[in-house]
Design a binder for this molecule. Structure first.
Ligand SMILES: [Zn+2]
Length: 243
């Protein structure tokens, strides 16, 4: 008991005060004397903390430096380019991605057929400028897109216009940016924030549409995590490799 307390005290005493946060507003960067720019990585600048060696990324269009928690995943991402095959690209265009503010990441809800034959019905592919590495401290269910990932539209994906609306909704309070939707029976819901997939009481994403009525705040639904996330580089039609 006492040794555990001592361990925790040591951890607390040795932690880097500068890197205790998950994000740093880039306008404060000049005050972060420990954070040194290390390298240009694709569409981002990589920073490292001199005192604790924590890695950070600042994507070109981003306002915040993101702390890289999954260092191995990030190292794998920066080792080469990760673009969809032209076949995958065709399906992703059909799905239509939803971009966050300033298009740092574009999200595509999808179904993934894994090389071993397993089917993941609720997955999200994230095309990123590098900014997403602050969002993936998750240990499992996150990997880089490979040519043998079979991608198809998900039965749970929300319509593109609903997903797009949740990405740009204004916050009413901290972390709560509501979007009104209704299902095909007229029942109304309030989506609480960024959302790509929906499954509730037999109602699935495609059954919902935007509800133009004034804010009601009824039946608030929070996003569920996807079963799997795949990461690839931000792409446009011209960058598809012919694999
Ligand atoms: Zn540090």
């Amino acid at each position: 008991m006492i040794s555990r307390l001592l361990d925790r005290f040591q951890q607390w005493r040795n932690r880097c005060r500068s890197c205790a946060v998950d994000g740093i507003d880039k306008s404060f960067l000049s005050q972060c004397t420990h954070h040194k720019p290390m390298a240009r990585v694709k569409t981002a600048m990589e920073y490292q903390c001199e005192s604790c060696e924590t890695l950070w990324v600042l994507a070109d269009r981003a306002r915040f430096l993101r702390k890289v928690v999954r260092k191995e995943l990030y190292a794998q991402w920066k080792s080469r380019s990760w673009l969809p095959t032209s076949r995958q690209m065709g399906i992703l265009k059909e799905i239509a991605g939803a971009a966050d503010h300033d298009e740092k990441n574009v999200y595509y809800p999808c179904q993934i057929n894994l090389p071993g034959g397993r089917l993941i019905a609720k997955a999200i592919l994230v095309a990123t400028t590098g900014d997403c590495f602050g969002k993936f401290p998750l240990d499992r269910g996150v990997s880089l897109l490979a040519a043998n990932h079979g991608i198809s539209p998900s039965d749970f994906a929300l319509p593109a216009e609903v997903r797009a609306a949740t990405m740009v909704a204004r916050e009413k309070s901290m972390g709560y940016a509501p979007v009104n939707v209704r299902d095909n029976r007229g029942k109304r819901y309030t989506l609480s924030g960024e959302m790509h997939l929906f499954a509730r009481d037999g109602i699935r994403g495609p059954d919902l549409s935007l509800d133009e009525s004034p804010y009601h705040g009824k039946n608030i639904v929070h996003p569920d995590g996807a079963e799997m996330y795949l990461i690839c580089d931000m792409f446009d039609g011209k960058t598809a490799p012919q694999r």
